[in-house]
Ligand binder design. Sequence first.
Ligand code: HEC
Length: 223
Amino acid sequence: MKSVYWSCRLRESRYALTTHSKIWLGLLALVILAAVGAGGWVGYRMFSTGFSAKEEPGALEIMMARQVRHLAIPLSQRNAVNPIPASPAILKEGLQHFADHCAACHANDGSGKTAIGQGVYPKAPDLRLEATQSLSDGEIFFVIHNGIRFTGMPAWGKGKPEEDQDSWKLVHVIRHLPKLTAEELEEMQGYNPKTQRERDEEQAFERFLGGEDVAPPAPAHHH
Ligand code: HEC
């Protein structure tokens, strides 16, 4: 009898919860549970892969990261028009610049198939594919000028965006990557950065081919 008395007292009490607030509390508990669950899952994934950069981010993570980046780029920048008109000379200059500064990760053809490009997390994407080509010119410029935080993609723009002509020239290069010719690819190779050893090897080979009495150098050990 006593317990019935107390439960009645409680229901009458002005501290008792209304049905409305019970629903809210229930929802709050669900949200907290979901957050803890999601955090736990991310933590588990991170620790079980030992923070390896070899993993691929999940499809949902890629979609969310790209959407957040899209929204983070101011509308005026997204809609910006390339102030540098495309011309064969500009493209040539841009391709040389790309071979020199970008190909270490993105490869001359933009495939991203290089030791560094495949070793960073997330991997360097194939710039010829729809995911990149569907970005606006302004977005591509923004990415090159500002880089992408928490990834291997560095910021290349020095000074103010309106003074950064080089990144706009590289936008023409990104657009051209899907239709790169064999001759252009070969020319780009001449602009890829070389180590002193590679230069020495080349010189030794030339002297050897020129009939001088030097042994061709043994190939260096590569990782
Ligand atoms: C150290 C390696 C590295 C170098 C050098 C580098 N990038 Fe990147 N770049 C990346 C990585 C990694 C990503 C992917 C980042 C991500 O997933 O958000 C990327 C992304 C991009 C993207 C965005 C593609 C997309 O679909 O989102 C563009 C455009 C780009 N790079 C252009 C360039 C240009 C132009 C240069 C040279 C001036 C360059 N990158 C140099 C590593 C590099």
